[in-house]
Write a protein that binds this ligand. Sequence first.
Ligand code: HEC
Length: 501
Amino acid sequence: MQGRGSMRFIYITLAVFMMVAVAGLGRTANQGQALETSASDTELSQALIDQNYLNCFDLPEISPELPGAPRIEDGMQMSQNIVNCFAWQEFIALNWTASLDHDGQADMSIPASMFGEPGDERPVVWETYKEAYEVFLPNAVAPNPWNAEQGIPEVCMDVAVEGARELPSLAKASEAVQVLDEFGQANSAVSDPNAWLTAQSGHRAHYEVRMNEVEFDYIVEHEFYNALKQYEAVQEALEEGGPGIYFPLGTPDEPGAIEVKGAWIELDNPGLINRYLTAEAYIYNEQEEDPDCYVATMGLIGLHIIQKSNDQWTWATFEHVQNAPSIDEIARQDLEDVYRFWSPNCRVDCLPNKKPSADQPYDQPIQVVRIKDIADVGSWGSFQNNVASLNAWMQAQIRNINPDSVFQYYELVSVGWPVEEIKNDHPTTSPLPYQEIIPASLANSVMETYYQQPGINCSDCHSVAHIAPSSADESPEWRSDYSFLLSRADEPESDSGDAEE
Ligand code: HEC
C-alpha cells in the first residue's frame, strides 16, 4: 500500500509540475486570443454592465437553494459576472446548516437569520459530503453508503474530547479527520512534500477534499473507487464509443457532480470564533510514524467549489478576508486590522509566498500576499469584473439578515469558467483543454500560495489529472475529467497480486 501510494504521489507530482511549466510558457499569447474572441462574441456592452453593476440574471439570495449551473436568458452569452453570482449562490447554499436526516442536504427549517451563526455546532452542507478517504479505500473496498457515519481514526480513539459533541456534530468532528492529517498544500504538496503553509500564529493550515452525492453515486455505480474499473471504462469507451470517464452534468435546476476542497487553521484565540466557520476537529500528522492526536477548534480559511455545469466544470474559490492582503492593498495601505498569513512586522524570511525550505521549523510563519487584487482577477478590456463590488454587496446582504454571521467575513476571489464550449466526453490522453478557461490567472492565496503566478489557473493543473495507476496500466495517461480524486483509487489485492505474478 505504502509503495503504491507514493508511486501515485510522484506520478501526479510530475504531471502537475510539467503542466505548470508548459502553461507558464504558452499562456500569454493564447490567453490574449481567447479573451479577445470572447469579448467580441458576447453582445454585452459596457452600457449594459453599467445598467446593473452586478449584472447577473439571478442575484444571489441568502437561501439554501443550490443551483446546478449558471442560468442565462435566451440570446444572451455567459459572462464572468453571471458565474460570479452563481458562485456566491453555491457558497451560501453549501454553507447552510446541514439536514439531520440526509447528508449533503440543507436543513430547510433553519431561517436565513441563522445563516452563519458563530460557534454553531452543527455541520454545514458541504461538511456532510463524503470525504475522499471514505470513498477511495485500500484494496478498492466498496465505500459505505452515502448516509453512513464516519468513525474516528484509531490514533484518535484515546483522545478525551472535552464536552464531546453529540451527533451529528461528532460526525462533523470525525469527518474532519482527513483535513487534519494533511498539511501539504494543493499541488505544492505533490511536487514538494515540504510545501506546507504556516500562519502568523505558528499553526499550519490543513486541507480536505469532499464530493457530493451525485458524484459519489456516479463513482459507486461505475465502481471507480477501483483503479481497474477506471481503466476498463476507458478501454470500453475506446472500443465501443461512449464517454469513458465523464462526471454528471448539472442544469440550473439540478446540481451535477460537485467537488469541494476546504482549508482550515487552528484558532487559538477565542475571539476569532465570531469571524470564522468553525469545527472541532481531530488533528494528527499522517506522515509521522507514531502521531499524537489532539482536538482543536479550526476556522475555515478557504473553500474551492467546482461543479460540473452545463458542459464543463466551473471553478469557484473563496477565502477569508483576513488571510492576506494583495500587493495593491499593501501599496495603498488599504489593510484589515490583522491577517492570519501576513504581518507588517515580518522580520525573518519576508519574501512573500516563498516555499519553506526542508529544514525550516514548522512553526515559522510564512509571509503570504495575494498577487492579483480581487478586483482585477477576471477583468479584461472593457469588461470590468464585478467580483469586488459583488463581494461588498453580498457581505452587506448577509449582515442585514444576520449581523453576527461569520460569512460576512468571506470573499469570492473569482470563478474559472469556459469561454468556449469544451466537451471532453470521450477518452483522451493529451492534456484536456485548459486555455479556454478564464480568468487566465486564478489561485487561492492559502491553497495555491506558491502557484499564484500570472497565467496559471485552476484548469492548467487540473487538465492533467488522470485515472489511477493499476496493474493494468502503471502510469496511465487517460485523463479523468479534470478531477484528481480518481487517482486516489487502489485495486483489489487479489487482482493486483495475480497480475504481478
Ligand atoms: C498548481 C496546480 C493547481 C492549481 C493552480 C489548482 N489546483 Fe486544485 N488541485 C491540484 C492538485 C494536485 C489536487 C489534488 C491534490 C489535493 O487534493 O490537494 C487538487 C485538488 C483540488 C480539488 C479537490 C478535488 C480533486 O480534483 O482532487 C478541488 C476542488 C480543486 N483542486 C479546485 C481548484 C480550484 C477551484 C482551483 C483554482 C482556483 C485550483 N484547484 C487550482 C492542483 C492545482
